[in-house]
Write a protein that binds this ligand. Sequence first.
Ligand code: ATP
Ligand code: MG
Length: 332
Amino acid sequence: MRIFSGIQPTGRKHLGNHLGAIRQYVEGQDRGEAIYCIVDLHATTVPYDPAVLRERLYDTTAILLAAGLDPERCILFRQADLPEHTELCWLLCSVTALGELNRMHQFRDKSLAQRELVSAGLLFYPVLQAADVLAYRADEVPVGEDQREHLELMREIARRFNARFGGGDEVLVVPEHRIPEVGARVMDLQDPTRKMSTTGGTEEGTVYVLDDDATVAKKIRRAVTDSGTEIRRGPDKPGVTNLIEVLAATRRVSPDQVEGELADARGYGELKAAVAEAVVEELAPIRERYEQLRLDEGRLEEVLAAGAEKAQVIAADTLQDVRERMGVGPPG
Ligand code: ATP
Ligand code: MG
């Protein structure tokens, strides 16, 4: 079983990335052949500073290693090290409908947030993402809830490619998504109707993996809650629901169990204290390992280079097959 996922090196990674994606990456190493990509090319689809992108790339690499990715047990690499991703993106454009790209929620949300230029890259983001995964013929893609739509499109692109060029063969594997039951959509603590986000959220409502203990606790203490005092989930209580789910995901228990335990609590203070304690306990050891790992950029480059070498063997094989099927380039 092959697992593939990508993560952006934009900004600092947050609790939503950790609970929705990174923790699944770590577990994936025990379940199959795990391949993880830091998608620097995706990060160029919104305004960014080239020098900062390089820094964030190392930050993200060190965060992933600190969270438990082990280069001996997974392939960890940087997207732009391999030309196969961009080439396959172009080739897959031939079986991608413009109308579908236009309808994607992420495109709609992110393009609205742009002040100067809505880049074509933002529109084509899901095609490059499809190329990332399909180049490895991955079976499973661990992601957060916000990526469900892109995964559906990716599956459609793979099916359409196979139907158009496969001649009856499954040239590209149609992958399954793996979205966690709890923690797949961590909401912004200051605006619990929006997902916690690297690029679009509020600073105070975003708990970063690298925030110090006091900052984590403060952000959680100041989380927007709802009227009333009852600790239960519900559509009328987005703030409290989010805190219950964060606590459940962090402790790896069900939200029902959290509600049961806090049934006698007086007010939201107790809930917030429990969340803060659990999140600090989860993130502090990662931050400590990060501080060490981040110091040695040479070592981080070595890890990425070794990963790219292994990844390329797989991706180049797929590309050769795809080119052949599509009749482009010299015949094989
Ligand atoms: P941006 O908001 O700029 O897209 P991001 O915070 O979504 O950034 P990504 O690198 O795009 O970060 O996402 C990495 C992974 O984290 C993806 O699998 C995504 O689904 C997951 N993820 C992102 N935000 C959340 C969230 N709030 N809760 C759970 N998972 C999330
Ligand atoms: Mg995202």
